[in-house]
Design a protein around this ligand. Sequence first.
Ligand SMILES: NC(=O)c1ccc[n+]([C@@H]2O[C@H](COP(=O)([O-])OP(=O)(O)OC[C@H]3O[C@@H](n4cnc5c(N)ncnc54)[C@H](OP(=O)(O)O)[C@@H]3O)[C@@H](O)[C@H]2O)c1
Length: 223
Amino acid sequence: MKDRVILITGSSSGIGRETAYRFAAEGYRLALTYYKGKTRGESAERKCRRLGAADTLLIHLNVMDNASIASAVNKMKRKYGKIDFLINNAGVGFFAPFKKQSITNIENQIRTNLEGLIKMTRAFLPYVKKGIINIASAAGQEAYEEMITYCATKFGVRGFTQGLAIEYPRLKICSVNPDETATRLSGYVGRPPSEVADVIFGVVSEKIRFNPGGDVDVWEVIK
Ligand SMILES: NC(=O)c1ccc[n+]([C@@H]2O[C@H](COP(=O)([O-])OP(=O)(O)OC[C@H]3O[C@@H](n4cnc5c(N)ncnc54)[C@H](OP(=O)(O)O)[C@@H]3O)[C@@H](O)[C@H]2O)c1
């Protein structure tokens, strides 16, 4: 796998970090990103090297910032020149009754989870060789109270993913939908993030089948 490059956004924490460890242990070359967690990002990168990653690149990335996305593309281009799979994982959730969600809370969720994911896809697409995995959610299939802005972004991610697969039939494109997973986002309640990482690895290694642009539901794969 030494020639395979995987880019995972939001790999300084939670699902993204576990996914990085999973691919590192298989000897992939990794592009990792952090936003506010520089120290956590650096420590995740060190662990990936220890686990056996063939190479690593750690990038500061804020998907809400166009210049930051452009700079990430340049760094990836200089080091690897291509990526096999883009894993759009970075995301935030603010969970409260709708009237208690501030404009900033609403903007952060939409700009990170949906707008940022779409812009990342557009910027990196010319370099993607095999596929794109977008991390949506069970909350992108069914709405839940006190997380309705978050649900709207994840419904949007699934729609975007379906359309993208129609326009790019040669790429493997799907949404991976975690249910509650024990990370910072959920208050550390739920399944271990390593289980979601296993599912993402299963998609990339073609052990898990899916319809183009379709859903891979973590709870259906890991029972
Ligand atoms: N945990 C769950 O129950 C659950 C369920 C379904 C779906 N998901 C989805 O899984 C994905 C990963 O979330 P998680 O649960 O692993 O949460 P997490 O532990 O909070 O990790 C979120 C990651 O996203 C990064 N990030 C946040 N804002 C960013 C921005 N503007 N630009 C770039 N990166 C940014 C964070 O970077 P820093 O820490 O460096 O700032 C961090 O690495 C998200 O898309 C989430 O919606 C989670």
